[in-house]
Design a protein around this ligand. Structure first.
Ligand SMILES: NC(=O)c1ccc[n+]([C@@H]2O[C@H](COP(=O)([O-])OP(=O)(O)OC[C@H]3O[C@@H](n4cnc5c(N)ncnc54)[C@H](O)[C@@H]3O)[C@@H](O)[C@H]2O)c1
Length: 340
């Protein structure tokens, strides 16, 4: 069996929680090289027992010394574009973390590099691999709630620093490119577009409600999907435990992809202005066999052997980045922004 030579750039939290264990679990991958300027992060990887054949402090040196088949890019947002373009140029397929970039210019430059290099790129939109969401999408496509006209997405936690990230960059606007909107709502917009199609306009308000930081820690955004469907996103970095997930409303029913209860639930029935509600509730999915990051890596490593692009690919990455940047524009100018 062909073994794909794997490189990882950025040895921090998401590399350790998702990418590296995903390659270790895959029978067709070998840990060939890793690059990170921080010794402490390389050391964490060593201490987890993961052995790359070679280690580098400088990713450019890694790309010029190695002939890698695949590179995972797990660095802070600002560096995504430069590194992705270099990796594609070196002849590797790429798994790029979200958001793909912090500006549309950079996002389009990555898209041009994918085209020019003929290599393939997948974006780490991991919520698409969540089994609850897969069950919800299937039910929507089978017409189980009729035609969707509304979606609500709530993704929130207490924030990435301290506690999650291994280096301190998430609250630096220069490096992160934004706050909770850039970090969390990017997932929410992607999942909304995956379920219901393209967002055509956005009205958004970002705020820094609780943390003493220079970027937004909460965001609310109203999405329009043409003129017959809309929805809203609420994301934040200051949230206690509670409802997390997605609610999709159609003409005949509602689906909850409820992350907090670990269930996908469908409710059909009539709701009248009186206190009476006739409801038929059914559990579509009770618990997940595997986490989203595991499934994402299984898909990515499995697809390496197949022809055809990865999904989600660069077009999904650019399209979602457009929604994020339009949302920032909407919040800044206090106006609705159309997205072309
Ligand atoms: N898909 C998801 O659910 C998910 C979850 C968390 C983070 N992420 C994304 O992953 C990326 C990394 O986030 P993280 O939480 O792992 O942060 P982190 O701080 O834990 O890790 C980042 C790593 O990149 C290294 N680094 C910085 N500049 C570098 C360079 N030029 N070359 C090589 N390495 C460099 C740092 O030293 C650090 O080890 C971000 O884009 C973030 O948005 C995605």
């Amino acid at each position: 069996m062909k073994k794909f030579k794997i490189g990882v750039i950025g040895a921090g939290a998401i590399a350790q929680a998702c990418h590296i264990p995903g390659y270790v679990a895959a029978r067709n991958c070998e840990l060939t090289a890793i690059a990170d300027p921080e010794e402490k992060c390389l050391d964490m990887v060593r201490k987890r027992g993961w052995k790359f054949s070679r280690e580098y402090r400088d990713y450019k040196k890694m790309l010029s010394n190695e002939k890698l088949d695949v590179v995972s890019i797990c660095v802070p947002n600002k560096f995504h574009a430069e590194i992705a373009i270099a990796c594609l140029g070196s002849g590797a397929d790429v798994l790029l973390e979200k958001p793909i970039a912090t500006s549309l210019k950079d996002g389009e430059a990555i898209r041009a590099a994918v085209k020019k290099s003929g290599r393939r790129l997948m974006v780490g939109f991991s919520h698409r691999f969540n089994e609850l969401n897969i069950a919800a999408k299937k039910a929507i496509e089978e017409g189980k709630i009729g035609k969707p006209y509304m979606i609500r997405v709530r993704f929130a936690h207490t924030g990435p620093w301290p506690g999650w990230a291994k280096t301190d960059w998430f609250y630096n606007p220069e490096i992160a490119g934004g706050g909770a909107l850039m970090d969390m709502a990017v997932h929410a917009f992607d999942i909304a577009q995956w379920l219901l199609g393209s967002v055509s306009a956005i009205t958004c308000r970002t705020a820094t409600l609780r943390k003493d930081i220079a970027v937004d820690d909460n965001v609310v955004a109203i999405m329009e999907f043409g003129d017959k469907c809309m929805g809203y996103v609420e994301c934040g970095w200051t949230s206690p435990a509670g409802f997390l997930g997605i609610e999709i409303m159609g003409d005949n029913g509602v689906i909850y992809s409820d992350y907090s209860q670990n269930k996908t639930i469908i409710v059909n029935g009539a709701s009248s202005p009186s206190e009476k509600m006739e409801m038929k509730t059914r559990i579509l999915k009770d618990g997940m066999k595997k986490g989203s990051w595991i499934r994402q890596m299984e898909y990515f490593t499995g697809h390496l052997e197949k022809a055809g692009d990865f999904s989600p690919g660069i077009d999904d990455g650019v399209s979602t980045l457009k929604v994020v940047l339009s949302a920032y524009e909407s919040s800044k100018k206090s106006k609705r922004v159309e997205i072309r």
